[in-house]
Write a protein that binds this ligand. Structure first.
Ligand code: GCU
Length: 674
């Protein structure tokens, strides 16, 4: 039964070109049982795909699939030792060995072999393969490929739209939900190797012995799949839990408290990954409360974790209602500290300088911090993109960001390259995704939201991978193998994010959503007592002259934080890409756009374009009925109906409101607001 709970394992059907590839036997060279999990996955996967029962043999012969660690004497005969060494911890090789007429899957440890198995099964399902194409070496670009759960200890999930948390803190450590293993398996299948279990707005109690024992049980469920556990910590923990006077990172007793706590954690969880910290951000405590810097705080924790190989992911999501441009603050606070962080600290930076909007230019932090490892934080949960009600494939958003050129070391210094170790070489590298997972039967609230979890994992493995190919992979594994149907669905996915930008915040507009829940349009919102930088009016600045936030050199000068030629390109209204126009400029209503339309007309037309695109996806989906599982078809259909209604709501609300400033009629082609 396909109901969404099986994620991308739902179909288990071969790609139509691969039927002739049925292996004759499975051979596992495995002296000490290290490859049991990988070989079970492979055997079950192959049996399901080929609808047969493949024999296990002890000798490789014609037509075998052969699993082995690289330290096997036979493997060394076929693959150059240098190549094997280069695989590192997680890389693997899948190779057709002519001499043996067999397919070898190998890696330096059990986790790597497991990744190889999942990749092989994926290939059988998603592309036409043959002997020649089976010559694959895959090495992940990022070392830490991690999910961030914003899950609270009471079972609620901040910005979670798929039900309550999958972590059952009240039942642990006694009762162990079967979902933990399924979760680990799904993550391993797409290359994710870490997870932060709790919200960045961290409850100090996660570090009590009581909770650490619960964490220990989750860690042991996830470990076989190569998933390391990390925790978000509250900087004030030594005071709140330890009874110290404060949490000043310069004080010896505070340092000792953390050292002891870390020791306790590693006694319970020897492969614990480390800490994620939100400090001096949105009211959270931090080192600045004591006149210290982010570096002082991060280094104290890094020193405690260092002996065990743990890391600190220190977030740079900082902004202050007093400054007049929130987008500038992270850079201003962190750049002066660039040379001060320990080498087991990564600064975790959201993709854009404000907050996970449908579209933002890249954060200027990328490429600028050279001495410190910076890790991107992407949001998988759709806080600002219609929650789990709107079909929005985020692959295109992630790709746009990862391929944005920072110009930090000249042309081609993409975000991917300045963070994955290609340009700056630090001992660690990583990428985080804020999870969209909950206890809903289909895990993510919307069937298509699973694709966002999937694409995050695949890009964390290889940020240069093509997101259209990844969408197709997902559709083939999850929904259907029918070629024509696959391409129609992929097209809907590929257009969905641009549609959302258009019906919510076109041309560089941002943060027009309801001010605290972030759902639906509220560009007019005024809330007495609320922080100004939480209100839409702070961002769109519409008035009788025009609309947009002037971040050019005549305004907040945020453009100054970018490398040339980006700085000049963004600064000049004539060269600023139109998709960022109102992000960087306050533009007169009658400004001429590239296509000759006035800004006002173009704005309205963009809103209409967004609505029209959703209508198109509705039409495409309605034709899928005979190809898709009935329940899934219906559930997606209902969600698209909501999305269309709300796209129209967004369009109408925004253009009617902005019209009160522009005082111009709606252009031809724009449906009259209802
Ligand atoms: C956003 C989000 C918060 C979250 C914060 C963060 O502001 O709305 O819920 O805590 O980001 O990333 O820390």
């Amino acid at each position: 039964q396909i109901d969404g709970s099986n994620l991308w394992f739902a179909q288990s059907q071969l790609h139509s070109h691969n039927h002739s590839l049925q292996p004759k036997s499975l051979v596992v060279t495995d002296m000490d049982g290290k490859l049991t999990l990988a070989s079970n996955e492979l055997l079950n996967g192959l049996n399901q795909l080929f609808q047969t029962s493949i024999k296990q043999k002890s000798r490789v012969s014609k037509g075998s699939v052969w699993l082995s660690l690289t330290n096997n004497s036979e493997v060394i005969q076929f693959i150059d030792p240098q190549e094997l060494k280069a695989l590192g911890e997680d890389g693997f090789i899948i190779k057709y060995i002519d001499e043996k007429k067999s397919v070898l899957i190998t890696g330096n440890n059990q986790k790597a072999v497991l990744y190889g198995v999942f990749h092989y099964l994926r290939l059988l399902q998603t592309v036409a393969i043959d002997k020649d194409s089976l010559n694959i070496t895959e090495i992940p670009k990022y070392k830490v490929r991690i999910l961030n759960h914003w899950d609270n200890l009471d079972g609620s999930v901040e910005r979670g739209y798929a039900g309550r948390s999958i972590w059952k803190w009240d039942e642990l450590p006694t009762k162990v939900s079967p979902r933990y293993k399924k979760y680990a398996r799904a993550n391993a299948s797409i290359g994710i190797n870490g997870t932060v279990l709790n919200n960045v707005n961290a409850n100090p109690h996660i570090l009590t012995t009581e909770y650490l024992k619960k964490v220990m049980v989750i860690a042991s469920e996830l470990r076989p799949y190569g998933i390391q556990v990390y925790l978000s910590v509250n900087f004030a923990s030594p005071a709140v839990l330890g009874g110290l006077d404060d949490a000043n990172p310069k004080k010896e007793e505070v340092k000792d408290w953390w050292k002891n706590k870390v020791k306790e954690i590693y006694e319970l969880i020897p492969d614990f990954g480390g800490f994620l910290v939100k400090a001096n951000s949105e009211g959270q405590p931090g080192p600045m409360d004591y006149g210290c810097t982010h570096a002082d705080g991060a280094n104290m924790l890094a020193d405690a974790l260092k002996p065990y190989g743990g890391i600190v992911m220190w977030r740079a999501f900082v902004y202050n209602p007093k400054g007049w441009d929130r987008a500038k603050q992270a850079y201003e606070e962190f750049l002066p500290l660039d040379e001060q962080f320990r080498d087991n600290v990564m600064i975790q930076v959201k993709n854009g300088p404000v907050d996970f909007q449908p579209r933002e230019p890249l954060s200027p932090m990328f490429g600028a911090m050279k001495e410190t490892q910076v890790m991107p934080e992407l949001q998988i949960t759709q806080e600002y993109l219609g929650f789990s009600d709107h079909l929005v494939y985020l692959g295109t958003l992630y790709q746009e960001f990862l391929q944005s050129d920072t110009y930090a070391k000249g042309k081609g210094s993409t975000v991917a390259k300045v963070t994955d170790g290609s340009i700056y070489n630090h001992p660690v590298s990583g990428i985080a995704g804020v999870a969209n997972i909950g206890e809903d039967n289909n895990w993510c609230g919307h069937h298509f939201a699973q694709a966002n979890w999937y694409v995050f994992g695949r890009l964390a493995w290889n940020p240069d991978a093509d997101v259209k190919t990844i969408a197709e992979e997902w559709v083939r594994q999850t929904l259907t193998q029918k070629d024509k149907v696959v391409s129609s669905i992929v097209e809907v996915m590929m257009n969905s994010r641009e549609a959302t930008v258009n019906y919510m915040t076109p041309l560089g507009l941002h943060h027009l959503m309801g001010w605290d829940h972030h759902y639906g349009p509220e560009p007019w919102c005024v809330v007495e007592g609320a922080r100004p930088d939480w209100l839409p009016t702070y961002y769109h600045k519409a008035d009788s002259i025009g609309i947009g936030f002037d971040r050019s050199s005549t305004g907040s000068n945020a453009v100054k934080q970018y490398f040339e030629p980006l700085r000049s390109e963004f600064d000049n209204i004539a060269t600023c890409p139109e998709e960022y126009l109102l992000w960087f400029h306050h533009v007169p209503w009658n400004h001429k756009m590239e296509n000759g339309q006035t800004l006002w007309n173009q704005l309205c037309l963009k809103y209409q374009e967004g609505v029209d695109e959703v209508k198109k996806s509705q039409e495409v989906w309605s034709k899928m009925k005979t190809y898709i599982d009935e329940q899934q078809f219906k559930e997606v259909q209902e969600k698209i109906a909501i999305q269309l209604k709300e796209a129209i709501w967004w369009k109408d609300a925004c253009i009617l409101y902005f019209q009160t400033f522009s005082k111009q009629p709606f252009p031809e082609g724009v449906e009259e607001p209802v």
